[in-house]
Design a protein around this ligand. Sequence first.
Ligand code: FES
Ligand code: FES
Length: 161
Amino acid sequence: MAVEFTLNGEWRDFAGDPRTPLLDVLRDGCRMTGTKSVCRAGFCGACTVMVGGEPVPSCQRPIGMLEGAEIVTIEGIAPPEELNPVQRAFLEHDVVQCGMCFPGMVITLTDFLRRNAAPTRSGIKEALSGNMCRCTGYERIIDAVMSIRETETPAAEAVSR
Ligand code: FES
Ligand code: FES
């Protein structure tokens, strides 16, 4: 089966088993290894990418269901050589440890901030309920997100490329 989709704004195609998880298509077929493979069961959020403007666990999306889909990975969440506000805040607050969870968190939080111009700590916690981190206590992550000024809310354009 052949499937066509856009990946970070460029047309791509896949030919093979339609049950192949998007996660494997991205990492093995497209060499987009920023998307991480951890639980492969829909629990940890490490594999989160944007599909049609919504954050989804790519390990749970068979490629056969994604004909014509617009997919954005961590590699496409900001223009080349730039960071989006969530990435910049994570860097400034020194929150990254092993980094396995962070691509998925950046995708989730970018979407969250697009929808919430004035985030609260409890709102951020709820937004991150599907993104597991086993290295940090989450507090610095929340501090980082709270530091993002309203004017720096990730643009819709950056998450729908
Ligand atoms: S690897 Fe997909 S949710 Fe954990
Ligand atoms: S920084 Fe290691 S799992 Fe989150």
